[in-house]
Design a binder for this molecule. Structure first.
Ligand code: F6R
Length: 614
């Protein structure tokens, strides 16, 4: 949600800022803007629409070659995505330029006060008030760092702010509360970004900040303080991926590249999880075995795709550990007054680690003294920092807005958590746990087998370019897969798509079925709990009503053949692990269908990668 870049150094700031924005554009792409400090004044340009519009404007009317600047790509909250609402926003004397991610909740009151004092607002945004307030502070004679501290103490809500002062060209100042911001540490230059992708081509040394901190970067230094001015220290870390991970590698879309990276991402997420004694070890767990033994209930909270990973986790944890598990949408969690005790383990799943709904939910859980464990892909992000323990997935940066390798690696982390709990609680024998770990170790090869058949799925996608609606059916662990397949199609192909539990169809949704309606059916492996046979009955029911059944079923499943208009085979894997292979054709299907429809797959309309507002 909004990408932010700040730079001070020796290079032309325009290039560094625009390149940084390009790498952050997945976070928001309603508008883009830049401000540079040029010999005592601010030069700025900002345009509605994608970054390309800004670049075109700059090409027509070049900016000065100066070395301090800030930039922004926006996901609109207050005010439509127009030129005037694009960031940066300037104060009334044009001394300060400011960019912002988040929502300033008391902006109406602040705006009222400023207007009553004669300030004319140039936009509909909540952000602009902060630019005026900073200028007011600077006029009292303090520097931009102190001005930022003073202003932030009076703001409510969630925000990252980054500002420059025309009179102080060697300084960029930023602040954060409940919204992402990292510092990039270079030699003779320093950077600010919503995430490390903003500066990864310049430096892999980064610093994370705590809540309610202000950071000042100059060419030669970085200093951190609290909103009250107390000096503080950021935590430095090395980023373990490089520029090539943030490039498309010859694919047309980041999403497609990330789908094909899944065998590696799954393998990386499994790496180093077994000790020499064969026991599972989760280094970043930080919760003691006794804490885990005391757990009598687990609540999983997450949003979107991560929520579906949580649904799969419920099947795995309940089956292997016999602990009751609830899965809850993060945005709903706090509002139902959940029953939480110190023996409740709350598991937060978030690829970005910055999702505001999930963050607020874990804060609520910790206030109730529950332990929080997060499953996250982003080192240094807020959710793992505010958790008692964390299992990092090792997917590498996920740039495509629609999550793919993020989901598969979350599934891996969920299985690992379930097996670890089973080990600690003794609900499974060691050899059973080893057997599942061996099966997991084979998954990268199985996922590759599915990817090797991508042409068949692409053909299927091309056949469905004219479809107005697609349904997805699954049972057991295949049900969240159906939901995820439908979400992918909605997000990037803008098609009506619904996922259903196959057994539920006859209770209402079957009325939707009409002649020729495509239904993607995720058929469970044979041989367990009659799941497979029940699924076939469901498929027969929709076929009898004219549906076109596109079935995903395991290799050798001949029973499905008479009922499948199209059959895509999956490797033979246990039912609980099947989501790891079954979701892949659905990702490929959505990606190709959206491409055929001419949509921007990586930046679908109305969406943003990291949803940092509630
Ligand atoms: C779907 C998608 C979203 C995210 C959701 C949670 O493709 O990407 O539904 O899964 O916004 O995001 P994280 O996992 O970053 O908390």
């Amino acid at each position: 949600m909004c990408g932010i870049v700040g730079y001070v150094g020796a290079k032309p700031a325009e290039g560094v800022v625009i390149e940084g924005l390009r790498r952050l554009e997945y976070r928001g792409y309603d508008s883009a803007g830049i401000a540079l400090v040029d010999g005592g004044s601010i030069v700025s340009d900002k345009r509605a629409g994608k970054l390309a519009n800004l670049e075109k404007a700059i090409a027509e009317s070049p900016l000065p070659q100066v070395t301090t600047g800030i930039g922004h790509t926006r996901w609109a909250t207050h005010g439509p995505p127009t030129d005037r609402n694009a960031h940066p926003h300037l104060g009334r004397t044009r001394r300060v330029a400011l960019v912002h991610n988040g929502i300033i909740e008391n902006f109406a009151e602040l705006r009222g006060r400023l207007e009553s004092e004669g300030v004319e607002m140039a936009s509909d945004t909540d952000t602009e008030v902060a630019a005026h307030l900073l200028e007011e502070q600077l006029e009292t004679g303090v520097d931009l760092t102190v001005a930022m501290q003073n202003v932030c103490r009076g703001l409510h809500g969630a925000f990252t702010l980054v500002a420059v002062d025309a009179h102080d060209p060697d300084r960029v100042v930023a602040a954060r509360r409940n919204s992402p911001l990292v510092v990039g540490i270079g030699e003779g230059e320093n950077f600010l970004g919503s995430d490390v992708a903003a500066f990864i081509e310049h430096t892999r040394e980064a610093m994370e900040l705590d809540q309610d901190q202000v950071v000042t970067i100059t060419r030669d230094g970085v200093s951190v303080s609290g909103f009250d001015g107390t000096p503080a220290e950021g935590r430095r870390y090395h980023v373990d991926w490089d520029l090539s991970a943030a490039e498309k590698d010859g694919h047309d879309w980041f999403m497609r590249k990330e789908i094909f990276e899944q065998p590696r991402a799954v393998a990386d997420s499994l790496l180093g999880r077994r000790g020499t004694d064969g026991l599972l070890q989760l280094d970043e767990m930080r919760l003691s075995d006794q804490d885990l033994r005391d757990v009598d209930k687990i609540i999983i909270i997450a949003a979107g795709t991560s929520f579906y990973a949580g649904m799969v986790a419920k099947y795995a944890i309940e089956h292997w550990c016999r602990i009751p598990v609830e899965v809850e949408l993060a945005s709903e969690f706090r509002y139902r007054d959940p029953i939480l005790t110190s023996d409740t383990l709350v598991v937060a799943i978030s690829q970005s680690g910055e999702t505001a709904d999930t963050l607020q939910a874990i804060r609520h859980a910790r206030e109730q003294r529950s332990k929080v464990l997060s499953i996250c892909n982003t080192n240094g992000s807020t959710i793992p920092r505010e958790s008692d323990g964390v299992i990092y997935t090792h997917a590498g940066p996920e740039i495509g807005v629609a999550s793919t390798k993020g989901f598969l690696t979350q599934l891996v982390a969920c299985y690992l958590l379930a097996l670890y709990l089973a080990q600690v609680k003794g609900t499974r024998y060691g050899d059973e746990i080893s057997q599942v770990m061996d099966q997991l170790d084979q998954m990268p090869a199985h996922i590759q087998t599915v990817l090797d058949k991508s042409e068949q799925v692409y053909g299927l996608a091309r056949d469905h370019v004219g479809s107005r609606s697609v349904l997805f059916l699954g049972r057991h662990a295949g049900y969240p897969v159906a939901l995820e397949g439908a979400l992918k199609l909605k997000e990037i192909a803008y098609l009506h798509a619904e996922g259903f539990a196959a057994g539920e169809l006859k209770h209402g949704p079957i009325a939707l079925v009409e002649e020729g309606l495509p239904i993607l059916c995720i058929v469970p492996p044979r041989g367990r709990d009659q799941l497979h046979d029940k699924m076939i009955s469901g498929i027969q029911e929709v076929r009898a009503r004219g549906a076109r059944t596109l079935c995903l079923a395991e290799e050798g499943d001949t029973a499905i053949e008479p009922y499948a208009d199209v059959l895509i085979t999956l490797p033979q894997v246990p039912v609980l692990l099947q989501p790891l292979v079954a979701v892949v054709p659905l990702q490929l299907f959505a990606c190709e269908l959206a491409t055929q429809l001419g949509h921007d797959v990586d930046q679908p309309r109305n969406l943003a990668k990291s949803v940092t507002v509630e």
